[in-house]
Design a protein around this ligand. Structure first.
Ligand code: AMP
Length: 506
């Protein structure tokens, strides 16, 4: 099925009820959203010359037009490529080029960056700026009927950075996204048409995925007017849009939990806060439970199996009398209804409870593969199991705890940073001979990026190294600290011992 049929159906059934809101203001009713989506789909096909299967990227901060563009692309049978708008222009260029994107829908803030790529990214033909005249022309085009899509048709290319340097596009099909949405109802909770979903985190990632089951059920999608979210704004939005759920990285949950405006506030209109994407410290979780009550649910997932591996339900969080409640709250929970989860050893053999190995997942939610990367796909999906790169172990009750990430991923402020990307950037400096980047535990950001640098003579200054990074990668990826060392610790194979570097930082 085509997921855009949800919008079409709600356009008939819920007509004048709100579908999209910016702050407390209604941006579109369901009838208006359905009409805009069908018209923009017509514009994409007839004015922009796109055919089913072609790629349309969305490079914009959260705003109502984001969701209009995404559903219009699906309505026309196109593949959406939601790009993290905080990436560096060169990183955005890579994603557009690799996915063969022909059209980008962007906003004023990113327009000049994206427009500058027409010509250098071979596939890129047209940039539409929303809101603005080019967007108005699109939503003013003649509507077309929904293009037929099957469960195996690509819907969303979810680009995630890889250990090999360049990001890979997890190809999420209509069937994958449908399964992720159904498993929300199975494990997190039911949704009704008088509910709301708040998009406080980027729509290109978890928030966008959790928005889908809400769209399906006719709940209103709300974009905070501030672009961020604090306690007073949340209270205002809760009053206007009750039955609210939202996805937040642990960092945001921690900030909100400490917001004085929320202490002792009436939160009956708040349904669920789904947190995940990075580890949550127990002390922070206890604070959050104190502020929000049993409204928290944790998920562990990754782009390759959209937000669906294991989870801790609201009931698990509320079950404080359970003798192993603390351990459970430090785990990533129990396998989701629609997947099988195992822990494998180095030979891909299943390990018993208590033993650490790589977490692997199988189920209808798992991606079709990496876009145009058959070797990486075969490696990651070998034996029919998605190899997550995360190291974990099950306990006797079937709860999974993560111990390490074999991919060396650093998660800082809810954003993923692969050390290799930062290392590659730093190595372009002529006075950097060798470099290793690791994450250091950070009470504010979860982890922060630290670089160990072997420098030539004269050694570069920290400011120069910062500039080298800023010229090539997103600002949030640059190291917070540099340690100049004579040599990096290596093993017999010459592989840098990152574990030892992490120990040094402790
Ligand atoms: P992404 O594909 O960008 O969503 O990143 C996925 C990675 O984030 C996973 O492979 C884990 O390493 C990490 N992650 C996701 N959810 C959790 C969680 N609940 N607790 C700890 N780490 C997580």
């Amino acid at each position: 099925m085509n997921l855009a049929s949800w919008v079409e159906r709600n356009g008939r059934r819920l007509r004048d009820r709100p579908a999209l809101a910016e702050g407390t203001r209604v941006h579109a009713t369901w009838a208006e959203l359905a009409a805009r989506v069908a018209a923009a789909a017509g514009g994409m096909r007839d004015e922009l010359g796109l055919a089913p299967g072609d790629r349309v990227a969305i490079v914009m901060r959260n705003r109502p037009e984001y969701l209009e563009a995404q559903f219009a692309a699906w309505h026309a049978g196109l593949v959406a490529v939601p790009v993290n708008a905080r990436l560096h222009r060169e990183e955005i260029a890579y994603v557009l080029g690799h996915s063969g994107t022909q059209v980008v829908v962007t906003d004023e803030e990113h327009a000049s960056d994206v427009e500058a790529l027409v010509g250098s990214v071979a596939s890129l033909r047209t940039v539409v700026v929303a809101p603005g005249p080019s967007w108005d022309a699109l939503i003013g085009a003649d509507p077309i009927s929904l293009v037929d899509r099957g469960p195996d048709d690509a819907a969303w290319l979810f680009y995630t950075s890889g250990t090999t340097g360049q990001p890979k596009g997890a190809t999420l099909t209509m069937g994958n996204l449908l399964m992720a949405s159904l498993s929300y109802y199975a494990d997190i909770g039911a949704i009704a048409d008088h509910d709301s979903v708040l998009h406080a985190a980027p729509l290109s990632h978890g928030a966008g995925l959790y928005g889908l089951p809400h769209v399906a059920k006719g709940a209103v999608s709300v974009i905070p007017a501030s672009g961020g979210l604090d306690g007073p704004e949340l209270l205002e939005l809760l009053e206007r849009w009750p039955g609210m759920s939202f996805f937040a990285a642990p960092l945001m949950v921690r900030r909100l939990a400490g917001d004085p405006a929320l202490r002792d506030a009436d939160l009956t209109a708040l349904k669920t806060i789904i947190y995940g994407g990075a580890p949550m410290y127990l002390a922070d979780l206890e604070d959050a439970l104190e502020t929000f009550g049993p409204r928290l649910a944790q998920i562990y997932g990754q782009g390759e199996t959209p937000m669906t591996i294991t989870g801790l339900s609201k009931a698990d969080h509320g079950d404080r009398d359970h003798p192993r409640w603390r351990e459970r709250m430090q785990s990533v929970g129990f396998p989701r209804t629609d997947v099988e989860v195992r822990v494998f050893d180095d030979d891909d053999q299943p390990l018993p409870a208590g033993q650490e190995g790589e977490v692997v997942v199988r189920g209808r939610v798992v991606m079709a593969g990496y876009w145009n990367q058959p070797e990486a796909t075969a490696e990651t999906l070998r034996g029919g199991w998605l190899h997550t790169g995360d190291i974990g172990s099950f306990d006797d009750d079937g709860f999974l705890t993560l111990h390490d990430r074999s991919k060396d991923l650093i998660i800082s402020g809810g954003m993923n940073i692969y050390p290799r990307e930062v290392e590659e950037a730093l190595l372009t400096h002529p006075q950097v001979e060798a470099v290793a980047v690791v994450g250091r535990p950070d009470p504010e950001w979860g982890e922060s990026v630290v670089a160990f640098v072997v420098a030539g003579d004269p050694a570069p200054t920290e400011a120069e190294l910062d500039q080298t990074c800023l010229d090539r990668i997103a600002r949030f990826k640059r190291p917070k600290d540099y340690h100049f060392v004579d040599a990096l610790p290596v093993n017999n194979y010459g592989k840098v011992l990152k574990r030892e570097l992490r120990e040094r930082l402790r």
